[in-house]
Design a protein around this ligand. Sequence first.
Ligand code: GCV
Length: 708
Amino acid sequence: MKKLLSLLLLLIAGYASAEDGSRLWLRATADASATVTCNKPSPVTDIAAKELRMHWRGEPVSLNIQRTKPFSQLPADSYTIRRHPKNGISIESPTGQGILYGAYHLLRLQELGQAGGELQILESPRYNIRILNHWDNLDRTVERGYAGQSLWNWDELPAVVSPRYEAYARANASIGINATVLNNVNASPQILSATYLEKVKALADIFRPYGIKVYLSINFSSPAELGGLPTSDPLDKAVQRWWKDKANEIYKLIPDFGGFLVKANSEGLPGPQDFGRTHVDGANMIADALKPHKGIVMWRAFVYNPGDGDRAKQAYQEFMPFDGQFRDNVIIQVKNGPVDFQPREPFSPLFGAMKNTPVMPEVQITQEYLGFANHVAYLAPMWKECLDSDTYQQGFGSTVAKITDGTLYPQKITAIAGVTNIGTDTNWCGHHLAQANWYAFGRLAWNHELTSEEIANEWIALTFESPASTSLNSITPNKQNTAQPNSQLSTVNSQLSTLLLESREAVVEYMMPLGLHHLFAWGHHYGPEPWCDIPGARPDWMPSYYHKADLDGIGFNRTHTGSNATAQYHTPLGEQYNDISTCPENLILWFHHVPWDHQMKSGRTLWDELCYTYDRGVQKARSFQKTWDSLEKYIDPQRFRDVQRKLKIQTRDAIWWKDACLLYFQEFSRRPIPDGIERPVHDLGRMKQYRLDIGNHENAQEEDLFVK
Ligand code: GCV
């Protein structure tokens, strides 16, 4: 009877909160009443206690702030979770923030059915700063955002505070994210005006109890544009004063303000070079203003100019000479690859090469180059590919992760940034399955040793498993909890995790396999236009700059006989990339101009391999539809239909990519599309005639494509 009643209650609760994706991976019902005590309550531990009281269905929990063993040598937000046979559970940490992470960890275990039995957990984060970068503009548009408008309603702030701000903070804290840059790196000087700083303060106040620090992107010309000074020259005394005063003003409002993110002398933005100064002059001047407040500067290395040779080499060329010259509160933010978040790139050669400067990886959670919020592309494998790459800079095993997380270099600051995919859409990310990328970023920033599969399994269970099932299985101490996913849920988990784990590679295959890159249409980065040639446009924004297809072959010669970008990589990697017989085939066209008849490892010619790979990508997209459809009976109707619709678009786009690229490159290869490959359904001439119109919010819908 009791069970029946609780089932009824849960059903009612389930109906009350429809599965529209708004609850993300935090879908547990708030109907518990756990006993929770804390030795040193604070706003942060209060949140931890509240979460546990509402959601934890087990024995009493004590939250203990303590600084001694095992924490003396560990980062501040480390924590332990222990089950004591007769005394309930303890969560210990030197900080309230660690306690909060411990609470979310315990609740996650409960939802996964893993909170029973012995608990002896010690966790500490690999990166100190785990930060989201919002590319949100003050008019609420989001650059490369595909999930609605910016969450920050600047017009209404600080008077009106949306409940979504707290929900955002909670979601981030639940996966260990502890920092956020609120505005676009293409920054408006206005963000530093007194009016906007009041709004920023309102957000910082909401985020603080969740352990999240606020940072801002700044425009290097702010002293002139906002402050009315005649110059923004970093060596000018009045400019230096202006930044110091601005920092003082900010810290008065937001005492724990994190610092500034700076995009300077990049893609037309102002920077120190406008005044004949260097990145060091610019970064250090701002660092000096922040230093008294313990703030930091994240200075981006995303720089390239059309006249300066191979774009892939430029960040290295520009930044290496400055190694060791930055202040100790500057960290250089480096995109995972040397060009720009392409579906596949080698890692940036700056990782490990800068030995005397803290460096942090920047990855892109929003899918600017991976089908926006229309395609499923689970990105943990892509980020791990970079983090696990061996730079060889400190001998074998010097992975990008170990280089940047403080293991191999004594970096005082360690950090990792993710350009977020979050917006006002009900489901936050535009595509239900894209929530997995937000989740995966947080989990990997905390622990980059987790596998993509582990993270996917966790996320699927939390996001698609019925919360009812866990609440019906109460947790009993010292007994393995029985709330293991039941067979239905296991089907979802195994099928969906296979789909997720294959998804990024599928996108690479149907968009830009074998190391191809930047074949995108002019004006946006959604569909293919490998033929795109806009008279007078920057050559390094044209696809032909990258693919270099001609009658002999295809690909960018970056070897010693070409741009020599391979020389920026440490021995033996540079040599490996340089030699066509040892270069990994998934990067062969990144580093080599390869003859059409070059024999690949499969025994096929390059041309045939290209055709097979594009086709394989399309077949995978089709298989995602089949897999998803087979799960209909296990998934709630709204999310099922939403994803089903997106997968249809994805397959349509995959075919379009394959046809556009193969038919175009065939004009150079002059070879037939091999037997056994799905025939093109589009006509190259017609595809070339049409411009893609993808609408104001870059959220391409079926009817928007192929508009004349
Ligand atoms: C925010 C790419 C994107 C730009 C982005 C830039 C950057 O070029 O297309 O939208 O600008 O990277 O990372 O600064």
